[in-house]
Design a protein around this ligand. Structure first.
Ligand code: ASP
Ligand code: MG
Length: 411
């Protein structure tokens, strides 16, 4: 019997009517002869509300206690979905993360899944039940409730699909799939039918509005076929899977933009070995993920080191940078929250040149200054002023996607 993992996001279970709709969708998959494991997020807005409550008491709530509060959102949702299914005559049981159990490390509020024990889920599936698992949460080896970071239900779903060797992991959401650019910015953005894990990971912002990126990493590692689709209709969405030759024919799959980062610059650092090591080790020790790093050419024995971090980590990162700056005798630390990272992403870049040059030219023609550049085999990112983000995305989409249908020559 095929096994499907279906994940429903917050808007899909946003009210009782929608929960009934979700139950009908699940019933359909059951009637079609599938075993079904469902992962649900909290009802829309609930996680924000719960975090808000903790913030009314403290600016930096104890992370263990925050997890205790925030994990309740999903518990409500799974119970409601189970009841809705039972009302349709479908045997169903809901399980929290610790009932499964989904074992995580003990990094509260951004825990990572270490292991999933599938015995109990299997048992209930064998009894003919739909099993509804709370997304976003797990339990540490010490027995404490943990959560996986915002949007973590996707990771719960893909990890469960991997552990259960499911045939597919369906991510039901409020958008029809992954687009070539944010459709709210680019009128001509189109739905992408198939995308590789690697491209999806590189399209962080485009992707992460749809799915938590860590879930795609998981999918790639265990080869889980992911189908992102709308919970409001039956249309095919976007399949995320292993790359194949066909996919390489498209040079640029999408244009993504990220406004969630801040740039921190350590100014006039003595240019000697060990400074970067000290800085980035200190950040790493605090679990702060650094994205772009730029070190300028040194001038009279001094240099500037800039890096970007998620805005939510920026206060802390700045604090750490100031400590390190003092230690190594740097002049100052500067911070800019008004930046945007714009990326062009595509597997075909592995075999086609000229993309970077064309990207810089498009930005130049729009009069947009580039603060920093980073590249990978399949992505080029430019850091620019936040106020030009939409203009840049539109211009790049036009140049690389709208004007390039079936055409891969840039020179
Ligand atoms: N409810 C959690 C959040 O809002 C997890 C999720 O929706 O995936 O981040
Ligand atoms: Mg989500």
């Amino acid at each position: 019997m095929p096994l499907i993992v279906q994940k429903y996001g917050g808007t899909s279970v946003g009210n009782i009517e929608r929960i009934k709709n979700v139950a009908r969708k699940i019933k359909k998959a059951v009637d079609e002869g599938n075993q079904v494991v469902v992962v649900s997020s909290a009802m829309t807005g609930e996680t924000d509300r719960l975090i808000g409550l903790t913030r009314e008491l403290s600016n930096r709530p104890n992370p263990r206690e925050q997890d205790m509060v925030v994990a309740t959102g999903e518990q409500v949702a799974i119970g409601l979905v189970a009841i809705a299914l039972q009302e349709l005559g479908v045997p169903a049981i809901s399980l929290t993360g610790w009932q499964v159990p989904i074992i995580t490390d003990n990094v509260h509020t951004k825990a990572r899944i270490k292991k999933i024990d599938t015995h109990r889920i299997r048992k209930h599936l064998d009894e003919g039940k739909v099993v509804i698992v709370a997304g976003f949460q797990g339990v540490s080896e010490d027995g404490d409730i943990t959560t996986l970071g915002r949007g973590g239900s996707d990771t719960s779903a893909v990890a469960l699909a991997a552990a259960l060797k499911a045939d597919v992991c369906e991510i039901y959401t409020d958008v029809p799939g992954v687009f070539t650019a944010d459709p709210r910015i680019v009128e001509n953005a189109r739905k992408i039918p198939v995308i590789s894990y690697e491209e999806m990971m590189e399209m962080a912002s485009l992707g992460s509005k749809v799915m938590q990126i860590r879930s795609v990493e998981f999918g790639a590692k265990y080869g889980v076929k992911i189908h992102v689709r709308s919970s409001f209709n039956d249309e095919e969405g976007t399949w995320i899977m292993e790359e194949n030759e066909e996919m390489e024919k498209v040079v640029v799959r999408g244009i993504s933009h990220e406004l969630k980062e801040s740039r921190i610059t350590v100014v006039r650092v003595p240019d000697k070995p060990g400074v970067a090591a000290k800085l980035f080790k200190a950040l790493g020790d605090k679990n702060i993920v650094v994205d772009m790093i730029v070190q300028n050419v040194s001038h009279k024995g001094f240099t500037d080191i800039s890096f970007t971090v998620n805005k939510t980590d920026a206060d802390y990162a700045e604090e750490i940078a100031r400590e390190v700056a003092k230690e190594v005798g740097a002049e100052d630390v500067e911070r800019n929250d008004k930046i945007a990272k714009i990326s062009v992403v595509g597997l075909g870049m592995k075999t086609h040149s000229g993309v970077a040059g064309k990207m810089f030219e498009v930005l130049y023609k729009e009069g947009i200054n580039i603060y920093a550049i980073s590249t990978s085999e399949i992505k080029i990112s430019c850091l620019i002023d936040e106020k030009y983000a939409e203009l840049a995305v539109r211009a790049l989409h036009e140049a690389f996607i709208e004007n390039m249908e079936g055409d891969i020559q840039y020179e």
